[in-house]
Unconditional design. Sequence first.
Length: 124
Amino acid sequence: MALVLIVDDQLSVARSLVKLLTASGFDAHAVHSGANALAFIRGNPVALVLLDMSMPDMTGVEVLRALRVPGEFPSAPPVVMFSGDDDEDIHHEATRLGAVDFVSKINPAALLRVVEAHAGPARP
């Protein structure tokens, strides 16, 4: 079963996404800061990271940069950035840094499609 890490400082959004992904057959876990995300990824076989662009401790771009430091995360999972903003500059920066996709967090159906495309199979 694919483990999806949700990184969002908005607790209600993170809880909703955990419920959505769990109901869809994924193993979903949420953390609420960039630092916690990096620590969780170091110790767990994460299949996909759903990473919010705006957080107080580290931005999503800063987390993505940390994941791409050579030698730090040899098996870094793919990252899908999400945001309540549809800012094209943010989208471009995220994909330039290696995000596999960018999706609006206000569209749960689109988020689920992206997870299904990048995280591997959910449990039946």
